[in-house]
Design a binder for this molecule. Structure first.
Ligand SMILES: Cc1cc2nc3c(=O)[nH]c(=O)nc-3n(C[C@H](O)[C@H](O)[C@H](O)COP(=O)(O)OP(=O)(O)OC[C@H]3O[C@@H](n4cnc5c(N)ncnc54)[C@H](O)[C@@H]3O)c2cc1C
Length: 416
C-alpha cells in the first residue's frame, strides 16, 4: 500500500487525505493543531463554496450540513458611486446552491471521519527538517499548510504572480440580525462594491456552534474610504466602524446592516496578505522533493471567493493524478505535471480574482451594464463564480466581450 504524508489539516489537506484513504492509500496527516484546538481556535476565512466544490464534498460523504445549513442560490452584485449614490445592480440565481460552513466545525468533523476511515492523524508543527525526514518514510509528501510560514519554502513564480503587496485590507465578522433571527436578511450572496473604495461581501454562514448567521467580509482598498478599521480591536468595534462606513458611503445598503450584531466579540479576522503563485515543488536534496497544494502554492485574495473552492478542486485533481500514477515513482516531473494540469484551470481563477481587484476596464463595465438588462448575461456572470473558465475570454478581452454581448443580444431579440 502506497504511503502518503500530508502536512496541514485544512481545506485541501483533509479533502485530499479522505479521498486517498477511501481509495485504499496509507495516509498520514500531520497537523500543527489537534481537532479540538482547531474547533476552539480563531475563525478562518468564511469560505463560501459553490456548487461544483460542494459536489466533490458530497461524493466523499463530507457534506454533513446539507440539511442544517442554509444553502443559497440568490446572488446580487451592486455598484455604488464614490458620492454615495447607487450606480447599478445585478440580481440573478445560481443554477445550483452554494454554502459557507465554519471551517473550524468542518475540519473537526473531517479529522474525526478521517481517523474512523483508518487514516493516521499526528499533531506536530512541521518544520523544514521534518519534511526531509518524512520523504524517507513516505512515497509522497504533500504540503497543505495554507499561507503559513512553511509556504515560504516554495519559490515565488514571478511570471504567474501579479502582486507585490496586498490589494485589499480584509475584515471578516460573523453577524446576525437578532431582531429577526428566523428571517436573516442575508439569505443571498451579495457583493456591494464602492467604486474606488472596495467591496463588502455578505452570505449565509453556518457558525461552528450550530448558529445559522451571516458573514460580512470587507475588502478595503488601502488608503481608500473603506480603510477605517486600523484602530478597532474587537468584533463589536469593527462592526460599529463598518456601520458608520456603510451609512456614509453605501447608504442605499445601510438598512440591511442597521440591526446587525456580532455573534461573538472575539470572532473576527482582520489583516492583509499578498496574493502569490509559487513553484509547486521544493527539492530538499538531490533525491528528495515535496509537492505543495492549496494556498501554499496558489494564494488568491478572497474577493471572488475562490481560495477554498480552488483548494478542494486542486485536492481532487491531485488525488486523481496520484491514483493514475499506479506504482510508478512520484518524481519531480510527475509533481510538476500534476500541478500544471491544475494550473490549466486555476489560471482563469487567478485572472478572475485580478480582474475584480483592479479598477474595472470599460468592457467589464459594459458586460456588467448589459447584465442589468439581460437576465441571461446576469446568469452567465453569477454562475461563472462556480466555474471561472466559463467567464473567458469575454471578461478579459474587449473584442471577445463585444462578440459575446452581440450574440446574447441577438438571441434575446423576439423571433418574428
Ligand atoms: C477573510 C477570508 C475569507 C475567505 N472567503 C472565502 C470564500 O468565501 N470562498 C472561498 O472559496 N475561499 C475563501 N477564503 C480562502 C480559503 O479560506 C482558503 O483558500 C482555504 O482554506 C485554503 O485551504 P488550504 O488547505 O490551502 O489551507 P487551510 O485551510 O488554511 O489549511 C492549512 C492548515 O495547515 C495547518 N498548518 C499550518 N502550518 C502548519 C505546519 N507547519 N505544520 C502542520 N500544520 C500546519 C493550519 O493550522 C491549517 O489547519 C477566504 C480567506 C480569507 C482569509
Amino acid at each position: 500500500m502506497r504511503k502518503i504524508a500530508i502536512m496541514g489539516a485544512g481545506q485541501s489537506g483533509l479533502h485530499l487525505a479522505i479521498r486517498l484513504v477511501k481509495s485504499g492509500y496509507d495516509v498520514t496527516v500531520i497537523s500543527e493543531r489537534s481537532a479540538e484546538e482547531i474547533f476552539n481556535g480563531p475563525p478562518t476565512g468564511a469560505t463560501y463554496l459553490f456548487h461544483d466544490t460542494l459536489q466533490l464534498e458530497r461524493e466523499l460523504g463530507l457534506d454533513f450540513w446539507s440539511d442544517t445549513a442554509y444553502h443559497s442560490t440568490g446572488f446580487n452584485i451592486n455598484f455604488g458611486k464614490p458620492d454615495g449614490n447607487f450606480a447599478f445592480g445585478i440580481s440573478s440565481r445560481t443554477s445550483k446552491p452554494g454554502a459557507s460552513i465554519d471551517q473550524r466545525l468542518k475540519f473537526y468533523q473531517w479529522i474525526k471521519l478521517f481517523e474512523k476511515l483508518g487514516g493516521k492523524f499526528i499533531v506536530s508543527d512541521t518544520t523544514p527538517s521534518d519534511l526531509l525526514a518524512c520523504t524517507a518514510q513516505f512515497d509522497l509528501v504533500i504540503v497543505s499548510s495554507g499561507k503559513g510560514p512553511l509556504a515560504r519554502l516554495f519559490t515565488k513564480d514571478e511570471d504567474r504572480s501579479t502582486h507585490e503587496k496586498p490589494a485589499r485590507k480584509l475584515v471578516q465578522l460573523h453577524i446576525n440580525d437578532f431582531e429577526q433571527p428566523e428571517k436573516t436578511k442575508f439569505t443571498s450572496i451579495t457583493l456591494d462594491a464602492l467604486m474606488g473604495g472596495g467591496e463588502i461581501i455578505t452570505a449565509p454562514f453556518y457558525q461552528k456552534d450550530d448558529i445559522q448567521c451571516s458573514f460580512i467580509l470587507i475588502e478595503a482598498i488601502p488608503g481608500g474610504p473603506m480603510d477605517v478599521f486600523d484602530e478597532a480591536t474587537t468584533a463589536s468595534e469593527l462592526l460599529v466602524k463598518a456601520k458608520e462606513m456603510i451609512r456614509t458611503y453605501l447608504p442605499w445598503r445601510y438598512a440591511a446592516f442597521e440591526n446587525a450584531e456580532v455573534i461573538a466579540d472575539n470572532a473576527f479576522l482582520k489583516g492583509s496578505f499578498t496574493p502569490v503563485v509559487r513553484k509547486p515543488v521544493v527539492q530538499l536534496n538531490s533525491t528528495a522533493a515535496v509537492l505543495g497544494v492549496g494556498d501554499t502554492v496558489i494564494l488568491n485574495d478572497p474577493i471572488v471567493g475562490q481560495g477554498g473552492n480552488n483548494a478542494s478542486k486542486m485536492a481532487n485533481a491531485y488525488a486523481k493524478s496520484i491514483i493514475a500514477r499506479g506504482d510508478k515513482p512520484f518524481d519531480v516531473a510527475w509533481m510538476n505535471e500534476t500541478f500544471e494540469g491544475f494550473w490549466d484551470y486555476s489560471k482563469y481563477v487567478n485572472r478572475f480574482s485580478d480582474i475584480f481587484l483592479a479598477p474595472a476596464k470599460p468592457h467589464v463595465v459594459e458586460v456588467l451594464g448589459a447584465a442589468t438588462q439581460n437576465p441571461d448575461i446576469a446568469s452567465d456572470f453569477v454562475n461563472g463564480f462556480n466555474h471561472p473558465p466559463a467567464l473567458f475570454p469575454w471578461l478579459d478581452d474587449a473584442d471577445a466581450a463585444r462578440e459575446y454581448l452581440t450574440a446574447k443580444m441577438r438571441s434575446a431579440e423576439p423571433v418574428m
